[in-house]
Design a binder for this molecule. Sequence first.
Ligand code: SF4
Length: 190
Amino acid sequence: MKIRVSWYTVTNDLGPGRRFALWVQGCHKRCRGCISPSFRDMDGGKEYETDDILRMILDADVSHVTISGGEPFLQSEALADILTRLRQQRDVGVICYTGYKYEEIASDPLAGLVDLLIDGEYVEELDDGLPMRGSSNQRLIYLTDRYTSDDLPKHRTSTAFFEDENMILVGIPSKGAKEFLDMVRSDTDD
Ligand code: SF4
């Protein structure tokens, strides 16, 4: 089975513990101020076999996975395939971001594999510095008892990666990090 991916890395951002973070490519929403506009193009990123992503997660030797995008629920079948087979081999915690509201995707098999869901579109006016989410309308929905609020970071953290001409920001950027990101992007656009 194929999956279209924007980027992946191992990180200490985006949840408790060392984790494999996977950004899937493609999103139909157009939130103003979206931090990853290049991840929205449905034809962007790179196509992988789900077997390859599964192998990378297993090789990373992590106990946690965070899935973001793009929109994970547009590729839920492929992600469910990866997570189902991953959990047959290792007990991992799964955090997933989505631009949909939980009520819209609750019956999707992917939702049944997620421990903590952060839902809802990004609303720039509501970007008020809360950890783990881009804007305060987004809910932290604990779908299992694997994580509690005590496990989560109390502040926003993010890490910048530079690859060729591109800069990727992993995490939820603070106001200062977002200003830096905007500055870098405007310099790149010149
Ligand atoms: S849902 Fe996420 S990826 Fe999609 S436009 Fe909104 S912020 Fe960007």
